[in-house]
Structure formats: C-alpha cells, structure tokens
Design a protein around this ligand. Structure first.
Ligand code: ACO
Length: 311
C-alpha cells in the first residue's frame, strides 16, 4: 500500500501587504511586481505570531481533516528556514502544543523544497510500517529575514503555513513516485548571511525554469505515466513565469495549474501545501486525479511528487 496525504491544513496571517503598500516604501511599482512575478499581495505575521504559532494552526486543521488524534502521530516533520530559534526546533514546540505525546520530531531545512523533502521522508516511515501517521508542516516567517529596504527581494516573499498528515491510502492511490535533488554549487545564488536573505534573482530563475520542468517530467515517467495522464500541477509559487514554464513542459492548459502566488507571494516551504489546500477547497483537485507537485529552493534543492489523489 502506498502512503498518501490523508488530511491537509493551512494558515495565512490576516495582515495583507499589497503591492500598493510597497510602492509607498520602496522604489517599485505594482505594475513591475505583477508583470515580473505575478504577485499582487502577501500576508505578513505580526510580532505576536512566530513560526511555530502558524505551524500549529495549519497542523490542527490537517489533523482534524485526517480524522485522527494527535496521540496517533508517530513523527512530526517541520520544513522551515525561519524557525522561532535554532533550538528547540519548531517540531519540538509543535509536538508539545499538539499533545502529540507519542511523536518523535525533527525540523528539515531545504528552503522552498522543504515540504517536498518532508513528505518524501514521511512516506518512507509510513510505507515501511514504522509509523501509522506522520505530520508534515511547511511554514515560514520570511518577513523576519527580509530586508525591507531591498526592492530585489522585499516584494517577493510572504508568511504562512501548510500541513499534511501522511498515512496509508487505498490500493492504487497515494504517492506514485518522487524525486529529490540538490546542487550545493548553487548555494551562493540564494543565502542568508547575517540577518537577511540575499538573492541573485536571475541565476535562481534560470535554474528554476530548467529544474522544475525536468523534475515534473521525471516523476511523471517514474510513475509509468505520460504528460497526458497528468490532471493537475502544483508548482512552488515563486514566480508566475517560472510556474508557466513548468506548466508548458507538462503541456497542461492554464486552468490545470495551481496559482495562489497573487494572494500569498512566495511563502517558501509553505507554498505547495497552501496551494493544495486552496485547490482542494475550490474543487480543483478531485479523487483519482493524477497531480504533480514540484518545488525548488535555496541550496540549491529540489523535489517533486506524482500522486494519485484520494484516501
Ligand atoms: N521594482 C522595480 N524594479 C525592480 C525591482 C522591483 N521590486 N526589483 C528589481 N528591479 C529592477 C532591477 O534593478 C533591474 O533594473 P536595471 O535593469 O536597471 O538594473 C530590473 O528590474 C531587472 O531586474 P532583474 O533582476 O534582472 O530581473 P529579472 O527578470 O531577473 O526578474 C525576479 C527579477 C522577479 C526576482 C526574477 O529574477 C525571479 O523571479 N527570480 C527567481 C526568484 C525566486 O524564485 N526566488 C525564490 C527562491 S525560493 C527560496 O528558496 C527562498
């Protein structure tokens, strides 16, 4: 039996920061941001809400959706590059707050590919029979490492959390294939040195366009399928132009690609589960659909999944 996603959750902070708001602070324009990135607004968590608080909100929803009790969770994996502090980890804090008293816990750091790394790790534990349920959360408070005076990066990012419970699903459904990768030689293009995130946007862009397309094709083929079998694509929401390039590689029409970047910006490890949650709520992903999830991020890192949706 395959492992699959049996419950999902999301949390988006209530404070909205629009492109127009950013025009007041920076030498930028709503038009530039929309055209170059597809972003219209993003959510920002205030001082009272740290990374673990957002993770908790998304996790509670995912656990409820899965119809399980926190005590049944064997492992909690939190993917984040913006933890509350280096240690204890966000997953430790979450384990305690959830009352998941039988759960081990660890954080994974793989930037925007973090949720992919988390789900694929969870799959191994579930399919080996080690744990019945693994909770995976992708969560970022990128606003705390954003230099609000740097227009090259300040317009791109947002805060939020997405979560999924991984468990066994019925025959034929679940995770059909995966791919994970990293190329540390690209570390200089996107890093945090000192307090703030720094990025060579053009280099990251080139890498992302190539890797997202390749990984999406690879997981489709590894699942024994062709692009014609793919019903829906959920790419990491980093830039609409990168997302469109991967959609074109899969030869999917526009409406078959998830797009939430206009509402949330780039929320790094949270972007794929947030999008999945919204797509399910809007009926865009249905039982037995073949969906491809693909992410890339600092490291450089990447990861993709092909899933036959449903429990
Ligand atoms: N407003 C107005 N002008 C701007 C802004 C802004 N916010 N930011 C940059 N510009 C200017 C630049 O200064 C430059 O001006 P110049 O030509 O006078 O020098 C011009 O716009 C073009 O800038 P480029 O950086 O060359 O433009 P590019 O086409 O590369 O687009 C962008 C920039 C949108 C950042 C793009 O490179 C991109 O999306 N890259 C990928 C970023 C990404 O995906 N990051 C996520 C990583 S995820 C993670 O792991 C955290």
């Amino acid at each position: 039996m395959n492992a699959g996603l049996i419950g999902v959750g999301k949390f988006a902070p209530s404070q909205v920061l629009t492109n127009t708001d950013l025009e007041q602070r920076l030498d930028t324009s709503d038009e530039w941001i929309r055209t170059m990135t597809g972003i219209e607004e993003r959510r920002i968590a205030d001082d009272s809400m740290d990374t673990s608080d957002m993770a908790y909100e998304a996790a509670v929803t995912a656990i409820e959706d899965a119809g399980i009790k926190p005590e049944e969770i064997g492992l909690i994996i939190v993917a984040t590059v913006t933890p509350d502090q280096p240690f204890p980890t966000v997953s430790n804090i979450l384990q305690n707050r959830l009352g998941a008293k039988n759960a081990a816990s660890m954080d994974i750091s793989a930037a925007c590919a973090g949720f992919m790394y988390g789900v694929i790790t969870a799959k191994q534990f579930v399919e080996s029979g080690s744990y019945d349920y693994v909770l995976v959360v992708g969560v970022e408070k990128l606003s705390k490492i954003t230099n609000w005076e740097d227009r090259n990066t300040a317009v791109l990012f947002g805060d939020g959390a997405g979560a999924a419970v991984i468990g066994k699903v019925s025959e034929g459904r679940g995770i059909l294939s995966f791919e994970l990768g990293s190329d540390g030689s690209g570390g200089k293009h996107l890093s945090q040195e000192g307090r703030y995130l720094q990025m060579n946007g053009r280099e990251v862009f080139k890498f992302a366009v190539r890797q997202m397309g390749e990984s999406a094709i690879n997981v489709t083929e590894k699942a024994g399928l062709t692009t014609e079998d793919v019903d829906y694509l959920i790419p990491h929401q980093a830039n609409i132009r990168i997302m469109e390039a991967s959609r074109e590689r899969l030869k999917l029409p526009k409406e078959k690609m998830s797009k939430t970047i206009h509402k949330y910006g780039n929320t790094s490890s949270a972007s794929i589960p947030i999008s999945l949650f919204d797509d399910l709520a809007e009926g865009k992903v249905k039982d037995d659909d073949v969906i491809v999830l693909v992410g890339f991020g600092a490291g450089l890192t990447w990861g993709a999944l092909c899933i036959k949706w449903g429990r």
